[in-house]
Design a protein around this ligand. Structure first.
Ligand code: NAD
Length: 485
């Protein structure tokens, strides 16, 4: 086993769990056992909270311009360790090296944003009446927690770590039990960058740790990224103990393709959106709604999809269970009358026969009532629905309970504007397959894709990780004492 000594990270030290229980971690690339991850318990979490609570006041007192120096150094370390980090992400998550590298690059961009926080959080001042002044400042919350999913072991932790910590908080990270390795490297780089011990901590585990985080009285805010089912549980449980919570959930993203769309651009963008990261992206295209005559585009889309080859430019899905679930959706849709144009079932990569691969899959003539059209598949699968009008297509998009992303492919400005205005999603795109807003714009969906106020990154995150202090001051204008006389 390559990583036998995986521990928690508490108070700047590798710390074994008190539970003595572990969970096997497998590489999706070939199904090999790579680590045993501690299944921590509530007392491990408490140890981390105690360490964080002890360290946080001195960190909060450190001026933010000094705090961000740690993140300038962390950014340089991410750059320096780019290849090693990318390989680690690839090994534990199963995505391609280039996709893993893109995660590290995005983590650098997120860190750059955190380095700009001193400029963004300077407060306001006003003389509100004669001799009376008011000023505001963004104060940290204290100890906060971040619970993350399996699909971006490097990027999603970095959605929260640099901002929350640069803003003066101490953090407990709960990585996904499927991909616990990249977080360990993040901890090592933060330490090397000079972050004081106790400000960043990792507690590995499963739902028990998530529940303990929601219940712990000394944790002031919880951010969660994962499935909608768990996002709802976490949001309800964390807020029931009066914490601030932001819970990002799953997605079912629709791409509307109009007959005037640029065929080659549409085909390559939609194929890449569907199959990138093996479809395990909350921003992945899951449903294409073709409006009117779009057969020529569907044909090119199939050609593009066939260029995406498992083990080369297509990574593995996270587990055998995920592979089975994805293939079940395809088989069920086929049995209900949909037409599988490109079939990724039974994909095996020579030399990595134990890997969990599903090839790119394009299914035409899917109906809105089929499960594959309604539920999050989270694999490299595109369902194509057909409509006669744009309003019918928008009605399908609007009817799905999620609201992470939606895109339109057209060369008509007016129609593009109509779709962006009427799509019920937090992140919309025009001729973009994956409409992720880049920093400083914030990331966050609508409807069942997010619970809580505000977004998780960008300027919006400042409000989540801080509280406003308003100070009103009156000076006595007559109190003139000349101490020198
Ligand atoms: P998940 O919900 O299964 O797990 C997320 C986290 O919750 C993990 O750390 C896990 O240990 C914990 N957890 C799992 N079950 C739990 C339970 N019953 N109670 C408490 N905690 C529990 O999600 P996943 O499978 O790791 O990630 C994939 C999901 O995440 C997809 O639905 C995807 O769309 C979503 N996602 C959303 C975004 C977004 O920005 N909206 C980003 C990335 C991933």
């Amino acid at each position: 086993m390559k990583y036998p000594d995986l521990s928690n990270y508490i108070g700047g030290k590798s710390t074994p769990s008190a539970s003595g229980k572990t969970l096997d971690v497998f590489s999706p690339l070939d199904g090999s056992l790579i680590a045993k991850m501690p299944l921590s318990n509530a007392s491990d979490l408490n140890e981390a909270v105690v360490a964080a609570k002890k360290a946080q006041p001195a960190w909060a007192k450190t001026p933010i311009k000094e705090r961000v120096q740690v993140f300038f150094r962390y950014k340089t370390l991410l750059e320096k360790n780019m290849t090693e980090l990318s390989k680690l992400v690839q090994e534990e998550n199963g995505k391609t090296f280039d996709e893993a590298r893109a995660e590290v690059e995005k983590s650098i961009e997120l860190t750059e944003f955190a380095c700009s926080l001193p400029q963004l959080i300077s407060g306001e001042w006003l003389e509100v009446s004669a001799g009376v002044e008011c000023r505001t400042e963004h104060a940290p919350l204290g100890v906060v927690a971040s619970i993350v999913p399996f699909n971006f072991p490097m990027m999603v932790p970095n959605w929260t770590i640099p901002n929350a910590i640069a803003l003066g908080n101490a953090m407990i990270l709960k990585p996904s039990e499927l991909v616990p390795l990249s977080s360990q490297k993040i901890a090592a780089l933060l330490k090397e960058a000079g972050l004081p011990d106790g400000i960043f901590n990792i507690v590995n585990g499963d739902r028990d740790i998530v529940e303990a985080i929601c219940d712990h009285p000394d944790i002031k805010a919880v951010s969660f990224v994962g499935s909608t089912k768990v996002a709802k549980i976490v949001y309800a449980r964390a807020t029931s103990t009066h914490k601030r919570a932001l819970a990002l959930g799953g997605a079912k993203n629709h791409i509307l393709v109009l007959p005037d769309a640029h065929p080659a651009m549409t085909a390559s963008n939609v194929a890449a959106s569907m199959a990138g990261c093996a479809g395990q992206r909350c921003m992945a295209a899951s449903v294409m709604v073709g409006v009117g005559e779009v057969n020529h585009i569907v044909e090119q889309l199939c050609d593009e999809s066939k260029k995406i080859v498992a083990g080369k430019n297509l990574g593995a899905v996270i587990s055998t269970q995920a592979k089975e679930r994805i293939e079940r959706y395809i088989t069920e849709a086929e049995a209900e009358g949909a037409k599988v144009l490109v079939d990724g079932r039974k994909t095996v990569v020579a030399g990595s026969e134990g890997g969990y691969y599903v090839g790119p899959t394009v299914i035409d003539h899917v109906r809105p009532d089929m499960n594959i059209a309604k539920e999050e598949v989270f694999g490299p699968v595109l369902s194509i629905l057909r409509t006669g009008t744009l309003d019918e297509a928008l009605a399908i998009e609007n009817a799905n309970p999620y609201g992470n992303a939606a895109s339109v492919f057209t060369q008509s400005g007016g129609l593009a504007r109509y779709v962006t205005e009427h799509a019920s999603a937090g992140m919309v795109g025009v001729n973009i397959g994956v409409p992720v807003p880049r920093e400083p714009f914030s990331f966050g969906g609508w409807n069942d894709s997010k619970f809580g106020v505000g977004d998780i990154t960008g300027k919006s995150s400042i409000e989540f990780w801080t509280q406003l202090k308003k100070t009103t001051t009156k000076w006595n204008p007559d109190a003139r004492t000349n101490w020198m006389s």
